[in-house]
Design a protein around this ligand. Structure first.
Ligand SMILES: O=P(O)(O)O[C@H]1O[C@H](CO)[C@@H](O)[C@H]1O
Ligand SMILES: [Mn+2]
Ligand SMILES: [Mn+2]
Length: 405
């Protein structure tokens, strides 16, 4: 066995340039990291990510401010998504060996009346909006009406999501969750198959001061088959989820989960888990890049969040033990320089590092599916059943004990 503990951190929506199939998603030219770098005009300071090799991933098209390292400490590459969608669920399931091949239902014209009527009847409340909308704009534009009438704000996006927003003082979080659970029960196929129902509670006195709370909760479709998390769990390994991970996999295969209030809170959890004794896999999602800056098309905030993460990464690097492996990647793009407010079909970066890595500064190339990540983790723990992915563990072997496989 190579590594005792594997940590994967998903920087939600931190894409690294247009994927080959981007045109099929009507996404021509997105480049999340590239455009954030351009916005900062060389002042995007990501020293720790750069040290690992972030700037080496595409040396031909540098990310402004992120110079290629002469001797990168890590192994670096990028991964292409094969799933039909570009949402968090598709990305994370694919990383864990379960690409989403059948496109899930999306509703660019709003949800069908039959579905909305059921939600209204169950909740005893009216439904308003029912079309694609930005989640912060929708509470600005309809939040006061929602407070007055007690209606449910139902909206969607380019993703397979049904989101329900309600003021916490008007509809309790517990009631909102019950309504979302009911909605979940209606859309598990075959007629409608929706990736996520998302509860979007908000607070504040009036439209100029409404803010969404950390009581957001995602009710995901149950994984349609076993994932690498289940495989690791069955083999008796610890599987720890930090942030949205527990929601994305509906808890399947996860032995311990932490809810994040923010990226920094998520990194506190990473520190806490690193200081604990476990044997297995710790899977972290940091969602602020996506929810607070990508969908809001805010390159300044996006860059600042990257710099804040980079600083915390310094601590993680200092605390990593010789038999720990760190993997950093993303689940899709969300280019704050792109039109609209939706995710963007992009490659995602891949960085791998351990203090004991025998040959750093190696390229992992362009991986043809995110599933290579999970396949590598299974390979590390000698767990069988890797589906749809190819391990790159051999390139991450250590000085101290050879990776045999
Ligand atoms: O605009 P908000 O409510 O942040 O919604 C966004 O959040 C969803 C989940 O990431 C995306 O599908 C997009 O709709
Ligand atoms: Mn995501
Ligand atoms: Mn998103």
């Amino acid at each position: 066995m190579a590594y005792q503990r594997v940590f994967a951190i998903v920087l939600d929506s931190v894409g690294i340039g247009e994927a080959p199939d981007a045109a099929a998603f009507d996404d021509v030219g997105p480049d999340t990291l590239g455009h954030v770098g351009e916005f900062y005009q060389g002042k995007l300071a990501l020293p720790n990510l750069a040290k690992l090799g972030l700037g080496n991933i595409r040396a031909d098209r540098p990310i402004a401010g992120v110079a290629p390292a002469v001797n990168a400490l890590g192994a670096f590459g990028k991964m292409q998504e094969v799933s039909a969608g570009k949402d968090s669920m598709d990305g994370h399931w694919e990383m864990m060996g379960l690409p989403v091949k059948q496109p899930l239902s999306t509703f660019p014209e709003g949800f069908p009346k039959a579905l909305i009527d059921k939600i209204a009847a169950f909740s005893g409340r009216d439904v308003i909006v029912n079309r694609p909308y930005s989640g912060t704009d929708v509470i600005h534009d309809y939040g006061e009406e929602q407070m007055r009438t007690g209606a449910l704000i139902v909206y969607t996006s380019g993703d397979s999501v049904l989101q329900i927003a309600a003021h916490e003082d008007v509809i309790s979080v517990a009631e909102l969750y019950r309504i979302c659970e009911y909605a979940r029960s209606l859309v598990n196929g075959p007629e409608w198959t929706i990736g996520r129902i998302i509860a979007r509670p908000y607070v504040g006195p009036d439209k100029d001061h409404f803010t969404r709370t950390a009581n957001r909760h995602d009710f995901s479709l149950e994984p349609t088959g076993p994932t690498d998390l289940d495989r690791l769990n069955k083999a008796g390994l610890d599987v720890i989820g930090i942030g949205k991970i527990n929601d994305i996999f509906s808890g399947h295969g996860i032995t311990r989960g932490y809810h994040n209030e923010s990226n920094m809170d998520g990194m506190d959890h990473v520190d806490e888990v690193m200081a604990s004794d476990f044997h297995g896999f710790c899977f972290t999602n940091l969602v602020d890049f996506d929810a607070m800056y990508g969908h809001r098309r805010n390159p300044k905030g996006f860059g600042q969040a990257l710099m804040d993460f980079d600083q915390r990464l310094g601590r993680v690097l200092a605390n990593l033990k010789d038999d720990d492996l760190l993997l950093i990647t993303a689940d899709h793009g969300n280019d704050p320089g792109f039109r609209g407010t939706d995710h963007t079909r992009e490659f995602v970066p891949l960085l791998a590092y351990s203090p004991a890595m025998a040959k750093p500064n190696q390229t992992l190339g362009i991986r043809s599916t995110f599933a290579d990540l999970g396949a590598t983790i299974l390979d590390n723990f000698s767990v069988d059943g890797a589906a749809n992915g190819t391990s790159f563990l051999a390139q991450l072997s250590t000085n101290t004990h050879e990776v045999t496989k």
